[in-house]
Design a protein around this ligand. Structure first.
Ligand code: GCB
Length: 622
């Protein structure tokens, strides 16, 4: 009898707890938590306790209150290469830690924030369900006052579940697509777990909820527009802009409801650019209750029919597609690697990169602002399909819209971010997998209409929420050129000379030249080659430029860059990839690695890195 009662109780408790899981609100991540005179941040990074739950029995067994057995795990960090037996694990796993919440926080609003949990997360505080979040590479936060014991020890439990499914973004287990293990439909390893920082942070009861900064200039006069949203009953605030010499401009904020806007004019403005990434401090004060301290760079981004225009002047993006990937850390944030990567970008003469294929850790964007590196910021929509039934397409579209909204909330104030990318290599049925031969395939009408409508809607969301930047998607070789009508610029990935016409660069460049001319003739809009590259085994040399040799990689990259130098409408060339990175196991991926990096996975330069440095440093050419 006692056992029955216990079972019933456990069942009801878990049913209630599942029902109580509310979705995280993207608005909560608009302002990165900061320690300042009114706000507190307590990092929860360190060693947590961890346990896999392949049978999904943890919740009904009450693991949210404490794990029956566990092992150490570092947070942040992917679980795959930290914990024995977890390398290829796909399923549910639990994390837990204890934290004392200071008694001094009694009157504050307290939030629990995860900067990334890949893929699906559920959170409990002191055994009570708080909320959940879907999507691996963007932060989420919950207000947790009602769950916490202030001035005491609190228990935090989190599940992360990383199954691969056709209805997730990015998707996996898609029939007929990439034959790899784990069965991703994308070419990078599905690293999982709590991969970025976790923190508790406070907000005063009357606080700034959101700040949106946009900039412009006319002649020598700059403009910084600040739109503020608050919560609580303050009616006034102040915005202070300070330049590097300490000169200040102030404007008063007067709220109508919870909104206020100011425009600050800067005489003799110092513009932000790649060569001179000049930043102004922006301090937003809400009376004597709250403050937020940030920065901006005054710059504009636009395009004409040939070029991206930074501050009205044509710009050529020279850079890379990158990945967050390093031995043992996996996709876990590794600040020394981030810093090193920026040093290497500068060393090689690059001015840009794309956050292929997901938004990166927030620290990356702050460094890019300071270093003058331009970013194409991409949601994790890799390999979207438009042929596996209306229901699947619509589930993924919703997830894309959510990720986009989160990315726009998070990254909108960075001068380094110039273009939003809403997808990498979306595909219709005839174009991917075994059908790939690089040649344009028209596909079914219905698929094309769906692709144009859905990708178009994602671009439209960017325009609605952020009219100050451009938006587009990145197309794979063979997808219909008609899809390019949705983007502000054309971004293409091409592998002539590698996956098709292997080793034959003359042939490859003839095809590439013809295609560029055709695309430009059709759209008269600037083109960025967001990917082109060749796998290269470091240390493998070949007199005759055989594929996989360092000589071939140099020839491959140089051929593409030389061609681009003859086309004024090619406004960007991004080599695939900055560094070698981990993939699933596959026939075409020796060591389960993609070796198209110009640096090795541990950031040693291949010959191509030296050649790029020769080409790029001190010039404006590709
Ligand atoms: C692509 C994908 C990228 C792959 C790359 C490759 O087109 O966008 O994720 O890693 O090709 O090396 O095959």
């Amino acid at each position: 009898m006692k056992t029955h009662f216990l079972l019933l109780f456990t069942f009801l408790a878990s049913a209630l707890s599942a029902m109580a899981m509310t979705e995280a609100d993207p608005k909560n991540i608009a302002l990165t938590p900061q320690q300042n005179e009114y706000r507190n941040v307590m990092m929860l990074d360190g060693i947590w306790q961890f346990c896999a739950d392949p049978d999904k029995q943890g919740e009904s067994a009450g693991w949210q209150n404490g794990l029956p057995q566990s092992t150490d795990i570092a947070v942040p960090g992917s679980w795959n290469d930290q914990v024995e037996g977890m390398h290829n694990y796909l399923g549910l796993a639990w994390y837990e830690t204890d934290v004392y919440v200071p008694a001094a926080w009694r009157n504050e609003r307290i939030f629990l924030r995860f900067n990334s949990a890949n893929y699906m997360a559920q959170v409990w505080v002191n055994g009570i369900a708080v909320g959940q979040h879907e999507g691996g590479h963007l932060p989420f936060a919950f207000e947790v006052n009602s769950y916490l014991k202030i001035g005491q020890k609190n228990h935090i439990a989190v599940t992360v579940e990383n199954e691969l499914s056709p209805t997730r973004v990015p998707n996996g287990n898609v029939p007929g697509q990439m034959r790899s293990y784990p069965a991703t439909n994308y070419d990078f390893f599905p690293y999982s777990g709590l991969q970025r920082s976790v923190m508790l942070y406070t907000l005063p009861r009357t606080s700034l909820q959101d700040v949106t900064i946009t900039t412009g200039f006319e002649g020598s006069e700059g403009t910084i527009k600040v739109a503020v949203e608050k919560q609580g009953n303050a009616s006034r605030g102040t915005v202070i802009v300070t330049d590097r010499e300490g000169r200040q401009l102030k404007a008063n904020l007067t709220f109508t409801g919870n909104q206020a806007n100011v425009e600050i004019k800067i005489p003799d403005v110092h513009l932000w650019s790649c060569d001179d990434p000049y930043l102004y401090d922006v301090d937003i004060l809400l009376g004597k209750t709250d403050a937020y301290h940030t920065h901006t760079g005054v710059r504009t981004i636009a395009k004409n029919d040939q070029s991206l225009l930074l501050n009205g002047k044509p710009i050529r993006l020279r850079g890379f597609g990158m990945h967050e990937d390093f031995p043992v850390f996996g996709r876990g944030v590794a600040h020394p690697v981030t810093v090193r990567d920026f040093q290497l970008l500068k060393w090689i003469g690059a001015n840009s990169f794309r956050t292929s294929h997901y938004p990166y850790d927030e620290t990356v964007y702050d460094i890019a602002d300071r270093e003058g590196i331009l970013i194409i910021d991409e949601i994790p929509a890799v390999g979207l399909l438009f042929y596996d039934g209306a229901e699947n397409v619509s589930i993924r579209q919703k997830q894309c819209e959510k990720a986009l909204s989160e990315m726009l909330h998070r990254d909108k104030n960075h001068p380094s971010v110039i273009v939003w990318s809403v997808a990498n290599e979306p595909m219709h049925k005839g174009v991917g997998g075994a059908n790939y031969d690089g040649k344009e395939k028209q596909g079914e009408d219905e698929e094309n209409q769906l692709a144009i409508r859905n990708l178009g809607r994602l671009v439209e969301i960017c325009h609605e929420q952020d009219p100050s930047r451009l938006a587009t998607f990145v197309a794979m070789s063979g997808s219909p050129s008609s899809w390019h009508q949705v983007g502000d610029i054309i971004c293409i990935n091409r592998y002539y000379g590698w996956y098709t016409n292997p080793g034959h660069m003359d042939q490859a460049m003839q095809i590439m030249n013809g295609e560029l001319e055709k695309l430009y003739g059709q759209y008269h809009t600037p083109i960025v080659m967001t990917e082109f590259g060749a796998d290269t085994s470091p240390g493998f040399h070949s007199h005759d430029h055989d594929m996989f040799s360092e000589e071939f990689q140099c020839e491959f990259i140089a051929s593409y860059l030389d061609l681009a130098n003859t086309k004024d409408y090619v406004t960007g060339m991004m080599v695939w990839n900055f560094a070698d990175f981990k993939t699933g196991s596959a026939m075409h991926r020796m060591n389960a690695m993609n070796y198209k990096g110009v640096f090795t996975q541990t950031r040693q330069p291949k010959m191509a890195a030296h050649e790029l440095r020769q080409r790029w440093v001190g010039t404006n050419r590709y």
